[in-house]
Design a protein around this ligand. Sequence first.
Ligand SMILES: C[S@@+](CC[C@H](N)C(=O)[O-])C[C@H]1O[C@@H](n2cnc3c(N)ncnc32)[C@H](O)[C@@H]1O
Length: 235
Amino acid sequence: MTNPDPDAVRVTFEGIAPRYDLANHLLSGGLDFLWRRRLIREAKAEQPSDVLDLATGSGDIALALRVALPVDVKVMGLDFCPPMLAEAECKRISAGYSPDSLRFVHGDCLSLDFPDGSFDLVTIAFGLRNLSDRAIGLSEMQRVLRPGGRLLILEFSQPFFFLRPFYYLYLRGILPFFARWVTGDRQAYEYLGSSISGFPDRFGLAQELRQANFGKVNFVSLTGAVVALHVGEKK
Ligand SMILES: C[S@@+](CC[C@H](N)C(=O)[O-])C[C@H]1O[C@@H](n2cnc3c(N)ncnc32)[C@H](O)[C@@H]1O
């Protein structure tokens, strides 16, 4: 697969923003709740003080971090798609959080507008796959982390061998039609399928993290490695 074109990615998410959450829950059969919960558990164990959630989208991870972490921890969500950020802002307001306690900002993961070492935890859920240059993205994540700070990546992976025929049938044959029914946008979910099948497996992504100079790289496979949670530490 060629690298995703950032303008096309932005337009895709602009189109599906109002129905993104519903589509996620339906198309994953509710498993996305469990996958996100696993990331939040890891994040909580880190006891961070400044957290940046990249490609935050409609803000579910940032919001869950806000709920799970002590009030004095600063949580920020960043995305380059304004309609997705608008969804996140609505959730922040209806949950009653002030912008001081949970901030959503417009920005590009490939060129983060923060000084070196600004955060002790960076999270990215289902966003890395969409970056037009993962190496640049990972190097930006590394730059904005403090030494000893952690990166948590929740992302689709390549499932265990015996699951692959069913999974790829679902991705290519069923998901785009189902997604069209939910979101009205079949193309967006054809992109989803191809971006998932073109993404490295958990070992490949771990290797990319090491190449980006992260230490203590580790991962756990979730749901038969349909999804993986990777951890890396800034040296
Ligand atoms: C699949 S959504 C994930 C949203 C959210 N993290 C979640 O778990 O539901 C991917 C998000 O990545 C954002 N994105 C893609 N490339 C980006 C970039 N270079 N900079 C900032 N956001 C980006 C898109 O706008 C979109 O909101």
